[in-house]
Write a protein that binds this ligand. Structure first.
Ligand code: ATP
Ligand code: MG
Length: 394
């Protein structure tokens, strides 16, 4: 039996005239994700894209699993393809769905007829298919309100498609429709979640990671690569820049009051990341900050660090509790990597009593104490090393 995948696109419907362009980007993204799995044909029609394998040996389970991570899709169904003949439709519905229906108590049939020349209208298709299934599967009952299984028959231009149990898509907007942002990525739990949430809105990602060798280890950097690998399974290629932060951190330790170490470090991070973001053509920064989670994430501390960014700063986790952030972290497969215990540069020189209500003026005064700050920032920006992270094209 020939099987295909039916994709329902979501917010794309809101895009009016641009719809076709958006769908083209969605198809390009699916093609990239399915690379290596065989040849597929993509056909757009009426807020649906059909993905048809062009050979028999394609692993459709793996294809569906990958498509579940493509942004811009609300629903995914595997469907059987059959001739537009009512007997073929009823027989295919039985053969294709008999295993699903064996475990169901109730079902209903939903029909959509976009080919108005097909001699049966939608209610007639439902009657034929429902009647046939009842005649073959005696345990089944019809329930039009809350059925265990909904059998959907779509009669389209060339073929009829039969499916049940639509899977939820990843939601969001197709990657590449929302510009580029630069995420400040640590090895923690929050920033990979923030990266995923911004990617979900169609935004391509550049990432900056600050490493302070020898205080931080190579393992900590590998952890960041792996975390971005998870984000890349959803949002596509990520350009990661690893920046050497050692000299700046030592200068902060040597020149600034201890209670201001973290806020000063964050201000400097914002400056370096703004510059990397600018030459990557990114239009915003992204952090994993959550209001009040730690001293450097109070509203006062954020006010002090925000002024150092030359781009808007998006903080998708700002209003979330840790448990809510962890839920998303688990969903994207990042959590088990994030909890590996390697030092981040933020935990290297942690003040014993951080100031929780710094003012921007005071923070600027403290930052001005760093000897040669401009030169150190230039050096840090120059140290940025690029690694491309691409989960499906390595
Ligand atoms: P995370 O789980 O993302 O590390 P966190 O709750 O541990 O967050 P902090 O360590 O205070 O918070 O960091 C706040 C934000 O600063 C992070 O979410 C991240 O965006 C950025 N950040 C922290 N450390 C680094 C780093 N080494 N490189 C790049 N960005 C960093
Ligand atoms: Mg952290």
């Amino acid at each position: 039996m020939r099987e295909i995948i039916l994709i329902k696109d979501g917010e794309l419907a809101l895009k009016g005239l641009n719809r076709s362009t958006f769908e083209d980007i969605l198809i390009k993204n699916m093609k990239e994700k399915l690379r290596g799995l065989g040849a597929f044909r993509f056909v757009k029609s009426q807020s649906t894209v059909t993905v048809e394998p062009e050979s028999e040996d394609v692993d459709l389970d793996e294809a569906v699993e990958r498509i579940e991570k493509v942004f811009g899709i609300v629903g995914i169904s595997r469907a059987a393809v059959c001739e537009k003949d009512i007997n073929a439709i009823t027989e295919t519905a039985y053969e294709y769905l008999k295993n699903d229906l064996a475990f169901a108590r109730t079902f209903k049939v939903k029909a959509k007829r976009s080919d108005k020349k097909f001699p049966y209208d939608s209610p007639a298709i439902c009657d034929e298919v429902g009647g046939y299934l009842l005649s073959r599967l005696h345990h089944l009952k019809v329930d039009v309100h809350e059925p265990d299984v909904t059998v959907t028959v779509e009669v389209r231009e060339n073929y009829a498609y039969i499916h049940a149990n639509q899977l939820p898509g990843a939601g969001g907007m197709p990657t590449g429709t929302g510009g580029r942002a630069c995420v400040l990525i640590s090895g923690g739990i929050d920033s990979p979640v923030a990266a995923y949430m911004i990617a979900k809105r169609g935004v391509k990602l550049t990432a900056v990671h600050f490493a302070s060798p020898p205080y931080t280890s190579e393992l900590a950097e590998m952890k960041v690569h792996e975390l971005l690998g998870k984000v890349s399974e959803w949002g596509g290629r990520v350009n990661l820049f690893t920046v050497r932060f050692t000299e700046l951190q030592e200068a902060i330790r040597d020149c600034c009051p201890e209670e201001m170490f973290t806020v000063t470090m964050r201000r400097v991070m914002m400056k370096v990341a703004s510059r990397v973001a600018a030459w990557q053509g990114a239009d915003a920064l992204v952090t994993g900050e959550s209001l009040g989670q730690v001293a450097s994430q109070t509203i006062h501390a954020i006010k002090c660090t925000d002024v150092c960014a030359t781009l808007p700063v998006f903080r998708p986790c700002i209003g979330m509790d840790k448990s809510e952030i962890i839920e998303i972290s688990r969903k994207i497969g990042a959590f088990d990597i994030s909890i590996r215990p390697y030092e981040d540069c933020c935990t290297v020189f942690t003040p014993r009593h951080p100031r929780t209500r710094p003012t921007p003026d005071y923070a600027a005064e403290v930052e001005a104490m760093i000897a040669n700050e401009e030169a150190l920032i230039d050096e840090a920006v120059k140290s940025a090393r690029l690694k491309v992270i691409d989960a499906y094209n390595d």
